[in-house]
Write a protein that binds this ligand. Structure first.
Ligand code: G1P
Ligand code: ZN
Length: 540
């Protein structure tokens, strides 16, 4: 039976760059998730009888909200819900499922790389029919709906057995439960030369993939071990756990330190990789060679033609503004355009839909292509493996040759986490006000040639997005970028991105190569005075 339940708005259900993210106890309040899901439905038109994909990254509270979303989809008039066994879908696999089945949209439950568990983070995101994160005009509408909501609709049908593949009915609506991996692995086989990768592995090439007790475990085990022949045990932490084993499922050098240390040791394998909580981010490390995400986008783009899915070349490359300009150099050489977008994957959607860009990437370990409308961790791993299989060189050699050919963009991000939000906002406001005065100032031998607040004009839908981060640009193209995170759940996170191009000195240590710029960045924004922080919480 369908019920209409009376409710009242909650404060602050404003979806950020990646949906609504809050602590689990916030989501556990009566009506909280229901209000947000109803607001998603209220913001949409003409979905009666259509298909909705629902899935999540398996974190704590996943199953409860999936059951709720299924019962609400039925009561709101969807014709079919598509979900996967255990309700488990990586973000890229959910994107693929939406696209492949011509679904109206999808609800993806995840807080990405944030920790999980009863006191961890949870999130709800809406993806549109192209498989990508909802554009701002939809998320704004969702927010408006959360502010006026008075009732939600929900069926009182019994919970669905999510573990059994097959089709069941919930109050007249069809619920189809599929295997989470098979559709995704079939897509990967169309893009990459699985035979070549299998031969490479057969020749003695070794790898380790750390699934960080998160969603990519089952995907990586099936693809890397079962299909490509990597030795059993090559995929570690392969079982998705509701609390990610108490770890932070963020594939960076802090949280994937064990993998990093192994890759830097003589007994390490040839190739190391990891993915995050919901499977859209990647970490790539060769033997004794970490690949920065910004470099990875550039190197993947430069070599993509070696994979069957990209053999015809790329239409264009897109990178988020704070991502290093390494990809721009590749685009220039390939004679294609490099688009610079605001932070957040949703800005790539229009470029991909319009066929303007093929490969996209962000400095925050997100890389992907037009095969889905989300970034895709395993995709990046497989493209690297495809390139290694064709070039038969080590990761370190490929990286070094790339720098020799294109020069090196030294790059680092300094994060100041959980700083006081008012102090951070005031710091940014002051910095914005002082931008004209920065021109002509010096950082070592470099001079500021321009300083602005990045604004984006979308070449496809012609929308404008302002205030996307402060850029300080130097005469040699070096850059400092400041922005506040849009995904944090406590206080504010200040991100400072520092970049310096060098065509000659290719083997410097990154923080030393950036020394003058780092000092300038601190002084120009008065980070210490404003936030009380003498140094960043995380340096990547
Ligand atoms: C962070 C990353 C950004 C990414 C987003 C979602 O956002 O910096 O590149 O798109 O997570 O994964 P931020 O916290 O910086 O707003
Ligand atoms: Zn993620």
């Amino acid at each position: 039976m369908m019920n209409t339940v009376a409710t009242k708005p909650f404060d602050g259900q404003k979806p950020g760059t990646s949906g609504l993210r809050k602590k689990v106890p916030v989501f556990q309040q009566p009506h909280y998730a229901e209000n947000f899901i109803q607001s998603i439905f209220d913001s949409l038109d003409d979905f009666a009888g259509k298909t909705l994909v629902i899935g999540g990254d398996g974190r704590y509270h996943n199953r409860e909200v999936i059951q709720t979303a299924i019962r609400m989809a039925a009561a709101n008039g969807f014709g079919r819900v598509l979900t996967a066994q255990g309700g488990l879908l990586s973000t890229p696999a959910a994107s693929h499922l939406i696209r492949k089945n011509g679904a109206f949209g999808g609800i993806v439950l995840s807080a990405s790389h944030n920790p999980g568990g009863p006191h961890g983070d949870f999130g709800i995101k809406y993806n549109a029919s192209n498989g990508g994160p909802a554009p701002e005009k939809i998320t704004d509408r969702i927010y408006e709906c959360t502010r006026v909501i008075g009732t939600y609709k929900i069926s009182d049908a019994a919970p669905v057995d999510l573990d059994r593949a097959g089709t069941v009915k919930v109050d007249g609506m069809t619920v189809e439960i599929v295997d989470p991996v098979s559709g995704y692995s079939a897509l990967m086989q169309t893009l990459f030369d699985f035979d070549a990768i299998r031969d490479l592995i057969k020749s003695g090439f070794t790898l380790r993939f750390d699934a960080m007790s998160a969603i990519t475990g089952p995907y990586a085990k099936r693809i890397l071990e079962d299909m490509l022949g990597a030795a059993p045990g090559s995929v570690v932490n392969a079982v998705p756990l509701p609390d990610f084993g108490g770890h932070h499922p963020d594939p960076n050098l802090v949280h994937a330190k064990e993998l990093y240390d192994l890759m830097m040791s003589p007994k390490g394998p040839d190739f190391g990789a990891a993915s995050d909580g919901d499977g859209d981010r990647n970490l790539i490390i060769g033997k004794n060679q970490f690949v920065t995400p910004s470099d990875s986008v550039a190197m993947l783009a430069a070599n993509a033609h070696l994979a069957p899915g990209y053999a015809k070349g790329l239409a264009g490359i897109a990178r988020s503004m704070p991502t290093s300009c390494a990809a721009d150099r590749v685009a220039e050489k390939l004679g294609i355009k490099c688009y610079e977008t605001p932070t957040g994957w949703k800005f790539f959607g229009n470029l991909l839909d319009a066929g303007l860009a093929t490969i996209c990437g962000e400095e925050s370990a997100g890389t992907g292509s037009n095969h889905v409308r989300e970034k895709d961790g395993l995709w990046a791993v497989l493209l690297w493996l495809n390139i290694l299989a064709k070039r038969r060189q080590s990761v370190a050699d490929i990286v070094k040759q790339h720098w020799q050919e294109f020069g090196r963009n030294y790059y680092s991000r300094h994060d100041y986490e959980e700083v006081d939000a008012d102090a951070a906002n005031a710091m940014m406001a002051d910095l914005r006000a002082r931008l004209p005065k920065l021109k002509g100032e010096k950082a070592g031998s470099l001079t500021v040639s321009a300083a602005d607040d990045f604004a984006y004009h979308d070449p496809v839908d012609h929308s404008d997005t302002a205030k996307q981060g402060v850029r300080v640009i130097f005469d040699d193209g070096s850059r400092i970028v400041y922005r506040l995170s849009g995904t944090g759940t406590a206080g504010a996170t200040l991100r400072v991105y520092i970049e310096k191009y060098d065509a000659k000195n290719l083997g410097l240590e990154t923080q030393s190569a950036l020394y003058d710029l780092i000092a300038f960045a601190g002084n120009a924004a008065q980070i210490k005075q404003r936030t009380g922080r003498a140094k960043p919480s995380v340096i990547t």
